[in-house]
Ligand binder design. Structure first.
Ligand code: HEM
Length: 441
C-alpha cells in the first residue's frame, strides 16, 4: 500500500465512473454483497458520484486504516456532513477537527472514564429493571421502539441531566422531530419538517441550558455535573454554549445506535439457541448478587464475544463520511481535494480473507483461541483511530447491563409473520420493528 501527497503530473483517478452508474446509485453502496465483489475486483479504493458529488469509497481493513489513522490528516469530518447537520447539532465533535477537536474531546473524556462509568452503573441498572418489568407486564411488544426509549432514557438521564419520567417522554418526542430534520429539504417555514426540527432543537437546547445551571448549583453523579466542572491543563473549561451543543450530539450519537444493536442482539440470540444457552450459562456461573459491579461486567467475556459478533454482522452505522482537504495518492490512485470520502464498515466485516465463513453468526470467532479480529481495522463498527467512538465503553456498559438481566430472568419469542429484514434508516433497523412475546422465566 502506498499513500502520500500527490506527485503525478497526470492524475490517475480510482476505478469507477463519475458518469453513468458503475458501482451503482446510493442504495447499492449499502448492498454489502455487491460492494464486497467490487472490493475483491478493484481493491480498497473506487470512485462514484452521489447527489452531484464525487465520492472516493474506501473499503477493507487497509483502506480503513488509511482513512481512520495513517492518512487522517487528508480528511475533515466537518466537510463530510451536510449543512443541515451543522445547523441542527451546532458546533460539536462531529463537525470539529484538528486542535479544536482534540481539545474538546479531551474535555469530554472524563464523562467516559472508568470512574464515571462506575458511577453510572446503578442508574443504568435501575432503568433496565424498570423497562424489563414494564415489558413483562405488557407481554407483547415492538422491541425496537422500546429499546430506543430505553437507550434514550439512559443517555438523557446520565448525559443531559434529565429526570426519569415525563421529561424523557417529552425530550424523546422533541428528538424525533429534530432527527427528521437531517433528512429533509432545509426549508425553514414553521410548518415544514425542517422548521419543526429547528424548533425542537431550540426547545432541547433550552432544556439542556436549565440542566447545566442546575448542575452548576447542585452537582450530582451524572456526566453533565462532571463536565460543567472539568478544566484542561490550561484551566480551560467548556462554555455553556459548547456544552449544550456537545450534549445534544451525545443524545443524537448515543441512543439510536445502541438501540439498533440491542435489537439485533435480541434477534440473533433467539435465532441461535446454542449461543443463548452459552450466554445464560455464563451469567449463572458468575453467581451475580442483587446488583452488578464493574468486576461482574468485566467477567462477562462470552457476552463480549456476542457483542463483537453482532457489531460485525449488524453494525448500526454503515459508513463514516469525510471531506478531502488536500489532494493525495492512495494505492497509485489520486483522490482530488474537494471530493467526499467515505469508508464502508460492512465490507471489512465480511471479508472472507479475515473472517472464516463470514456470513455465519459465530461469537466463538472472537474467543482468545481464534481471535479473528486481530487484523487491525477489520472490526470498525465503532470507527477507529484517534476518533474512535467516544461512547464505546458507555454503550458496551448499557448493553451488558440490559443483557445480563434479560438473560437471567426473562425469555422471549418472535411473533410469526413479521418482516425481519434490516435496513439502514439511517441506523440499521428491522423493518417490522421486531415484535416479540415477552415473559419472566
Ligand atoms: C452501539 C452504539 C454505538 C455505535 C455502533 C457507535 C458508532 C460510532 C461510529 C462508527 C463512530 C465513528 C464515525 C466515523 O468514523 O465517521 C462514532 C463516533 C462517535 N460516537 Fe459513537 N456509537 C455508539 C454509541 C455512542 C454513544 C453511547 C455515544 C455517546 C454517549 C457516542 C458518541 C460518539 C461520538 C461523540 C463520536 C465522535 C467522536 C469524535 O469525533 O472524536 N456513540 N460512533
Amino acid at each position: 500500500m502506498t499513500s502520500s501527497s500527490v506527485s503525478q503530473a497526470k492524475p490517475k483517478l480510482p476505478p469507477g465512473s463519475l458518469g453513468l452508474p458503475f458501482i451503482g446509485e446510493r442504495p447499492r453502496l449499502l448492498d454489502t454483497a455487491h460492494m464486497l465483489k467490487v472490493y475483491q475486483q478493484y481493491g480498497g479504493l473506487v470512485k462514484t458520484r452521489v447527489l452531484g458529488r464525487n465520492v472516493a469509497i474506501f473499503m477493507g481493513h487497509e483502506a480503513n486504516r488509511f482513512l481512520l489513522a495513517t492518512g487522517m490528516h487528508f480528511f475533515l469530518w466537518r466537510d463530510g456532513w451536510p449543512p443541515t447537520f451543522k445547523e441542527l447539532l451546532g458546533e460539536s465533535l462531529f463537525v470539529q477537527d484538528g486542535e479544536d477537536h482534540r481539545q474538546k474531546r479531551k474535555l469530554l473524556m472524563p464523562a467516559f472514564h472508568r470512574q464515571s462509568l462506575r458511577n453510572y452503573l446503578g442508574t443504568m441498572e435501575a432503568i433496565a429493571c424498570r423497562y424489563l418489568q414494564k415489558w413483562e407486564q405488557r407481554g407483547a411488544l415492538a422491541w425496537l421502539d422500546e429499546f430506543k426509549q430505553f437507550t434514550f432514557e439512559i443517555a438523557s438521564t446520565l448525559l443531559a441531566g434529565s429526570a426519569p419520567g415525563d421529561d424523557t417522554e417529552r425530550l424523546s418526542r422533541l428528538f424525533v422531530e429534530l432527527t427528521r430534520g437531517f433528512i429533509t429539504v432545509p426549508v425553514r417555514w414553521s410548518w415544514t419538517p425542517y422548521g419543526r426540527a429547528l424548533r425542537a432543537r431550540d426547545a432541547l437546547l433550552a432544556y439542556i441550558d436549565r440542566a447545566i445551571e442546575a448542575r452548576r448549583a447542585n452537582p450530582t453523579e451524572d456526566a453533565l455535573s462532571l463536565l460543567v466542572h472539568t478544566r484542561d491543563e490550561d484551566g480551560i473549561a467548556l462554555t455553556n454554549r459548547e456544552l449544550r451543543a456537545q450534549m445534544l450530539l451525545m443524545l443524537f450519537a448515543g441512543h439510536e445506535t445502541s438501540a439498533s444493536m440491542l435489537t439485533s442482539l435480541a434477534l440473533f440470540l433467539k435465532q441461535h439457541p446454542d449461543v443463548l444457552a452459552k450466554a445464560r450459562a455464563e451469567q449463572d456461573a458468575l453467581r451475580l448478587g442483587d446488583t452488578l459491579t464493574m468486576d461482574d461486567i468485566r467477567a462477562m467475556t462470552y457476552l463480549d464475544q456476542v457483542l463483537k459478533e453482532t457489531e460485525r454482522l449488524h453494525p448500526p452505522v454503515p459508513a463514516g463520511f469525510r471531506g478531502v482537504t488536500e489532494t493525495f495518492e492512495y494505492n497509485g490512485y489520486t483522490v482530488p481535494k474537494g471530493w467526499i470520502a467515505l469508508y464502508l464498515i460492512n465490507v471489512a466485516h465480511r471479508d472472507p480473507a479475515i473472517y472464516r465463513d463470514p456470513l455465519r453468526f459465530d461469537p466463538d470467532r472472537f474467543s482468545p483461541a481464534r481471535d479473528e479480529s486481530s487484523v487491525p481495522f477489520s472490526l470498525v463498527g465503532f470507527g477507529g483511530g484517534a476518533r474512535v467512538c467516544l461512547g464505546y465503553a458507555f454503550a458496551q456498559l448499557e448493553m451488558k447491563v440490559m443483557l445480563s438481566y434479560l438473560l437471567r430472568y426473562y425469555d422471549w419469542e418472535l411473533e410469526p409473520k413479521q418482516d425481519l429484514r434490516f435496513i439502514y434508516l439511517p441506523t440499521l433497523l428491522p423493518r417490522g420493528g421486531l415484535r416479540v412475546r415477552f415473559w419472566r422465566r
